[in-house]
Design a binder for this molecule. Structure first.
Ligand code: SD4
Length: 306
């Protein structure tokens, strides 16, 4: 028997890990816990970057990416540029369980979702429509926050049977090009999971993240003996070294990870990165980590603090 644990990205991951924790505490599987936790963020219209109420693309359409990685079987399901479904993570799970393929995109993903009984709805809320129209009038990325406004819920869980699962869901970069797909639905990039070792998930600028398959790297670093924290930091460094080489000094790259023994790790290029952890002893708690990237701030070493 293992001690169950769940970890999620951002402040809005707190209700997600709480929900996941309830599933885990009742003896549920990591797979169910990840789906339940992520749905909490997807269904919350106040979470402006995931599922219902998420940011639209440059054409005013909410297109979502989501994926789930089942450590038990190395099963994987994903949807990309999916329109009109409030809970993309559940469609991703259906892809994993009921589709001969691993990923469906665009109209095909929507048709699959509809055939599986998911309701098709407008995901753009009135508030988001007003923001989008203002952006259209100004077309000034700096003034409106531009593509810097984005966040993904990534959630990794370990259940009492010792099984692991990783998942993530996002509406991607705000006002992105129609059809743009980020790291979140790509195995190894936005998430990865291997029952023998652990799982990881990413959030940040997917156009940088997906070039490095960092979540697979994190799991492989852990397989080679690295602690979760160290594995996450090494993945940030691997990307930043290369991003810097391209003349770009800054990047937005943040990881969470969970090892098979329950150890959690986090590393971020942000000055402060919030994440949430649930354990049976502590319940759901919010934590913050400081920037772990020497290229961006030499003095600070990544350190967990609550
Ligand atoms: C993407 N990685 O689509 C996502 C967005 C995100 O924090 O996580 N933002 O690029």
């Amino acid at each position: 028997m293992s001690k169950p644990v769940a970890i999620a990205t951002w402040r809005f991951g707190l209700p997600g890990v709480k929900e996941a924790g309830e599933a885990l505490g009742a003896g549920g599987s990591a797979l169910d816990a990840v789906e339940r936790g992520i749905r909490t963020a997807e269904l919350d219209p106040e979470v402006a970057s995931v599922g219902y109420g998420g940011y639209p693309n440059a054409a005013g359409v909410v297109q979502t990416d989501a994926a789930i990685h089942d450590g038990r079987t190395h099963g994987f399901g994903a949807v990309a540029a999916l329109e009109g479904v409030r809970t993309p993570i559940s469609v991703a799970r259906r892809v994993m369980e009921r589709c001969p393929h691993s990923m469906l995109a665009g109209a095909g993903a929507r048709e699959f979702a509809q055939a599986q009984g998911f309701a098709l709805e407008e995901l753009l809320t009135e508030g988001m429509r007003r923001n989008y129209e203002e952006w259209l009038r100004n077309r000034d990325l700096e003034r409106t926050g531009g593509i810097a406004s984005h966040d993904t819920i990534g959630l990794v869980a370990l259940d009492a049977h010792g099984d692991l699962c990783s998942g993530c869901s996002t509406s991607g970069l705000r006002y992105k090009s129609p059809g743009r797909v980020g790291d979140s639905p790509l195995s190894g990039c936005g998430l990865y999971c291997d029952n023998a070792v652990g799982g990881a998930a990413a959030t940040g600028n997917g156009d940088d993240i997906l070039r490095f398959a960092p979540c697979a790297l994190i799991v492989e670093f852990m397989r080679s003996g690295a602690h979760t924290q160290e594995a996450c930091r090494m993945a940030v460094e691997r990307i930043m070294t290369n991003v810097s080489m391209r003349g770009k000094k800054e990047a937005d790259i943040n990881f969470i990870a969970l090892r098979k023994d329950g150890e959690v790790g986090v590393a971020a290029t942000r000055a402060e990165f919030h994440f949430a952890v649930w354990t049976p002893e502590t319940g759901a708690q919010l934590h913050v980590i400081q920037r772990a990237c020497p290229e961006q701030e030499p003095e600070s070493e990544g350190a967990l603090r609550t």
